[in-house]
Design a protein. Structure first.
Length: 509
């Protein structure tokens, strides 16, 4: 009732009469009162259509309204200036590039300073800080280190085509279609491994068939009388019927699907992926709230430790840590997949980009049966080429030679990649308002590298001294153990920085 009265005081007696033009100036109390006007959490009192609309549309709309602010115009203007500086650096002579990149970095620092002092929603702060840092790291590596700029031939193109060429380099954080693309999760190698697995299975089946054919036949009972012949005939006819029925349904659909252009098919597929991920993310969030019912007691700071306090760990705490371990994988996947795919659909639909210029953000989770494969085959590579380039620049500067780095130097470079990633994520958290957990963020990324090193040493030891056991465990059983190991690692490690961060989230989050 109080929220309805507050709406009436604002001159609106129903949803359509609400003054939307004043949404930019809402306070947090206004938002709370307005969302209370529409009882979006009382799903039991709604019909199915109303509940679905409220859950998927209304909640999303309210979240967007909470993030909208006129204060975003100033950093957006500054970011446009920074983008212009990078665009000029890509088009100018080499001796002027460092100056323009430095100007972009200075503008980026001004944006971050403004954002850190302004009362934005945490998601907006975090996203903008990440965008600015990633863009400038990429500019340093791409322009000053890799020297991927417009060629003289591209500079002679008409202005429209030249602008598109500049865009394709500027926002190409994974160096797609360059001589040094980021390893996109080794998907080709993963396909080769799957093909080898299929080949091994086929060979095994052939051997089994030969073995069966060389075995003396066993006397079978006589089923040629009575009802058994009819049962056998019906049983054999069932697969044929299913295939014919499926063909009758699938062939027209396949013809219709093939009628569309490859670009249209890609847009439809990507739209389905975005929609599916969005729906799943909303459902997972709601199910977690209803079933788990989080409380601040669940994330108390002393609970970041697990093995040292096994005697007092409850079953609820195990459930909470399992959910946080799951969210460590799903949260990033859902957020970056939706953002990346939505932008990809926009530029591919405009025919500025081709579908192959937007490879998936994440790899195949089925390939992540140990930590090393989790980070190399599954996790996103949005900043890999940038942080890898910074690591190469550092190693070259301290006299460790020039790339390509092999052997022990390659391991050192991998360690630098994780360390720089930790610094990047820690600074992002700090400037976004989380001032108490940036050291834990740094710890998280570096400990993953330590885990990879330990895992590699263990596997090498087993392969060297227990080769028969290593070979036997290379199949499904070993992979199952590997998946459990990865989840156990996330179960132990991810709550350490997440629990800490939740205790110092900005008030406007």
């Amino acid at each position: 009732m109080a929220s309805v009265q507050s709406m009436e005081m604002m001159g609106a007696t129903n949803l359509t009469d609400f003054p939307w033009e004043e949404a930019w100036n809402w306070t947090n109390d206004d938002i709370d009162n307005y969302t209370g006007y529409y009882p979006y959490s009382n799903y039991g009192e709604m019909g199915y259509i109303e509940a679905l609309y409220t859950f998927f549309v209304w909640d999303t709309w309210i979240s967007i309204k909470k993030m909208a602010s006129k204060k975003l115009l100033y950093p957006a203007f500054l970011y446009t200036l920074g983008v212009a500086c990078i665009a000029i650096a890509l088009n100018t002579k080499e001796r002027y590039r460092a100056a323009w990149v430095t100007a972009s970095i200075a503008i980026g620092a001004a944006i971050i300073q403004y954002i850190s002092k302004t009362d934005f929603v945490y998601v907006i702060k975090d996203t903008m800080v990440r965008l600015v840092i990633i863009h400038n790291m990429g500019a340093v590596v791409m322009i000053l280190w890799e020297k991927f700029c417009l060629t003289e031939e591209q500079k002679r193109l008409p202005w429209g085509q030249r602008a598109i060429a500049t865009y394709k380099i500027m926002w190409n954080s994974r160096f797609v279609n360059t001589s040094r693309p980021a390893p996109v999760f080794h998907l080709l190698r993963a396909d080769e491994e799957r093909q080898k697995a299929v080949l091994r299975a086929t060979i095994k089946n052939h051997k089994m068939e030969e073995l069966i054919s060389n075995t003396a036949p066993v006397q079978q009972p006589d089923y040629q009388s009575g009802i058994f012949p009819y049962i056998k005939k019906a049983w054999n006819a069932a697969p044929q019927f299913r295939r014919r029925a499926w063909g009758c349904v699938s062939r027209p659909v396949a013809r219709l699907w093939n009628w569309f252009s490859p670009r249209t098919r890609w847009i439809v597929q990507t739209t389905v992926i975005v929609t599916t991920v969005w729906v799943l993310d909303r459902v997972i969030d709601q199910v977690a709230q209803v079933i788990i019912v989080f409380d601040w007691d669940d994330v108390e700071l002393h609970k970041i430790s697990f093995f040292r306090r096994l005697h007092e760990v409850t079953s609820r705490e195990i459930v909470i840590r399992c959910f946080f371990a799951f969210q460590a994988i799903w949260g990033a996947y859902a957020f970056y997949t939706m953002i990346h795919s939505a932008i990809a659909i926009f530029f591919v639909a405009l025919r500025i980009d081709e579908p192959e210029e937007w490879p998936p953000v994440f790899g195949d989770i089925r390939q992540a049966w140990n930590l090393r494969r989790f980070w190399s085959k599954y996790w996103d590579r949005l900043i890999y080429r940038a942080v890898n380039g910074l690591g190469e620049m550092f190693m070259t500067a301290i006299g460790l030679g020039r790339r390509p780095f092999r052997g022990k130097k390659r391991w050192l470079l991998n360690g630098l990649v994780f360390a720089i990633s930790g610094i990047f994520h820690g600074l992002t958290d700090y400037f976004s308002g989380i001032h108490c957990s940036y050291l834990w963020e740094l710890w998280w990324w570096n400990m993953n590298f330590v885990g990879i090193v330990g895992e590699t040493v263990l596997l090498h030891t087993i392969q060297t001294y227990f080769p028969r056991f290593y070979y036997k465990m290379s199949g499904k059983a070993g992979k199952a153990i590997g998946f459990l190991w990865v989840f156990a690692w996330l179960f132990w490690a991810s709550p350490k920085n997440q629990f800490t961060a939740m205790h110092c989230l900005p008030q406007n989050r």
